[in-house]
Ligand binder design. Structure first.
Ligand code: NDP
Length: 332
C-alpha cells in the first residue's frame, strides 16, 4: 500500500473511531418495520420531531415476503416492500427524519438515553422507541436462499393463501409449527410436519389440533437436507433417523416449505439495560409499551412472541408513540 493510501485508511479509521459526533433529539425510533414507521407517523404528528434509524434491513421482515393480503385497507393486497415504502413516505410527510444506520451500543443509565449508531455517531434522546423486530430462524441450507420468495417462507399466515389446494411442509415442533401446520391444513391439500425429534415441543392443546387434523402427516425424526425444483420449490430431501445408527433418504413432493423453528428478537444490543424474557423478547408493562427503563419503549416483534403480524406491530408502534408523548409532556 502506498503512503498516501495508508494515510487515507488511517484517517478513515480515526473518523470511524471518533465518537464526538453527537446530536440531541426528543424522540429516537430504532427500526423501520410497521412498528417503527407507525411510531414515526404518530410521533411526528405530535411534534416530537422523531429521528428514525432504519437498521440494516430497511422496511423489516415484510420486505422479504411476497404479497401482503391481510393488512386492512389494501383490498387487492400489496407487496410487502411497497407497503413499507408507503409507510416510510407517510412518516416523512409529517416530518420524520429517516436515516440509515445500525444501533451498535446503548447507554440507558441516565435520564438522557444514548444510542451509538454505526460505532461512530451518538444520538442523545429523551425518549427512545425500540422497534427492531425479530428475525426468523432458517435451517441454513443453500436452497432456502435460492428459493426465497419462490416456495420458501417463514410466515404461514402471510403466505399460506398462495398454496391453497397444494401440498406443503412445515419444519419445527413448537407452538408456532403446530399453529402454522393447523392453519395451512385448512387451506392446503396436505401438510407435512417435519419434526427432528420423536416428540413435539408444542403445548398439548396445539398438539391435539395437529393430531386431530385429517391432512397433517407428522414426519418424526426427519431432518431437511435440501430443497429442489425448477421454477421454485417442487420437493424436499429429508433424512430419517432409523434407530441409533441407520439413516434413510426420503423425498417428498411439495410446493411450499415453511420454516417454524423460532425467531430471534433483535434485542441483544439493549440487553445490558432492558429486561427480556429468556428468549430475548423485551418485556413491556402489560397494556403499555413501557420497558423497565423510564423513557424507553418497545413496539412490534421485538416484544411480541405471540402475534407477530404487521397490523399488531403497527398498533403497538402507535401505542409506543403515545406513551412517549405522555412521558415527554410530563418531563417538561
Ligand atoms: P420454539 O423454540 O418453542 O420451538 C422451535 C421448534 O423448532 C422446536 O420444536 C425445535 O426442535 C425446532 N427446531 C429448532 N431448530 C431446528 C432445526 N435446525 N431443525 C429442525 N427443527 C428445529 O419456537 P416457537 O416459534 O414454536 O415458539 C416460540 C415461543 O412462542 C414459545 O414460547 C411458544 O410457546 C410461543 N408461542 C405461543 C403460541 C400460542 O400460545 N398460540 C403460538 C406460537 C408461539 P426441538 O423441539 O427438537 O428443540
Amino acid at each position: 500500500m502506498d503512503i498516501f493510501k495508508r494515510f487515507d485508511v488511517e484517517k478513515d479509521t480515526q473518523k470511524a473511531n471518533n465518537l464526538e459526533v453527537k446530536e440531541k433529539v426528543k424522540c429516537l425510533i430504532i427500526g423501520s418495520g410497521p412498528a417503527g414507521y407507525t411510531a414515526a407517523i404518530y410521533a411526528s404528528r405530535a411534534n416530537l420531531n422523531p429521528v428514525l434509524y432504519t437498521g440494516l434491513e430497511m422496511g423489516g421482515q415484510l420486505t422479504t415476503t411476497t404479497d401482503v393480503d391481510n393488512y386492512p385497507g389494501y383490498p387487492h393486497g400489496i407487496s410487502g416492500s411497497k407497503m413499507m415504502e408507503d409507510f416510510r413516505k407517510q412518516a416523512e410527510r409529517f416530518g420524520a427524519d429517516i436515516r440509515f444506520g445500525i444501533a451498535t451500543s446503548v447507554d440507558f443509565s441516565g435520564k438522557i438515553h444514548k444510542v451509538t449508531f454505526d460505532d461512530n455517531k451518538i444520538i442523545e434522546a429523551d425518549a427512545v422507541i425500540i422497534a427492531t423486530g425479530a428475525t426468523a430462524k432458517y435451517l441454513g441450507l443453500e436452497s432456502e436462499t435460492k428459493y426465497a420468495g419462490m416456495g420458501v417462507s417463514a410466515c404461514a399466515t402471510c403466505d399460506g393463501f398462495f398454496y391453497k389446494g397444494k401440498d406443503v411442509a412445515v419444519v419445527g415442533g413448537g407452538d408456532t409449527a403446530a399453529e402454522e401446520a393447523t392453519y395451512l391444513a385448512g387451506l392446503c391439500r396436505k401438510v407435512y410436519l417435519i419434526v427432528r425429534r420423536n416428540e413435539l415441543r408444542a403445548s398439548k392443546v396445539m398438539q391435539n389440533k395437529v393430531f386431530k387434523s385429517g391432512n397433517i402427516e407428522v414426519l418424526w425424526e426427519h431432518q431437511t437436507v435440501d430443497l429442489f425444483g425448477n421454477d421454485g420449490v417442487e420437493g424436499a430431501t429429508l433424512i430419517k433417523k432409523k434407530g441409533t445408527t441407520h439413516e434413510e433418504i426420503v423425498k417428498i413432493k411439495i410446493d411450499g416449505f415453511f420454516l417454524a423453528i423460532g425467531h430471534t428478537p433483535n434485542s441483544i444490543v439493549f440487553k445490558e439495560y432492558i429486561e427480556t424474557d429468556k428468549v430475548g423478547y423485551i418485556r413491556t408493562i402489560p397494556g403499555t409499551s413501557k420497558t423497565n427503563v423510564e423513557g424507553v419503549f418497545a413496539a412490534g416483534d421485538v416484544q411480541d412472541p405471540h402475534y407477530r403480524q404487521a397490523v399488531t406491530a403497527a398498533g403497538s408502534g402507535c401505542m409506543a408513540a403515545i406513551d412517549a408523548e405522555r412521558y415527554l409532556s410530563e418531563l417538561k
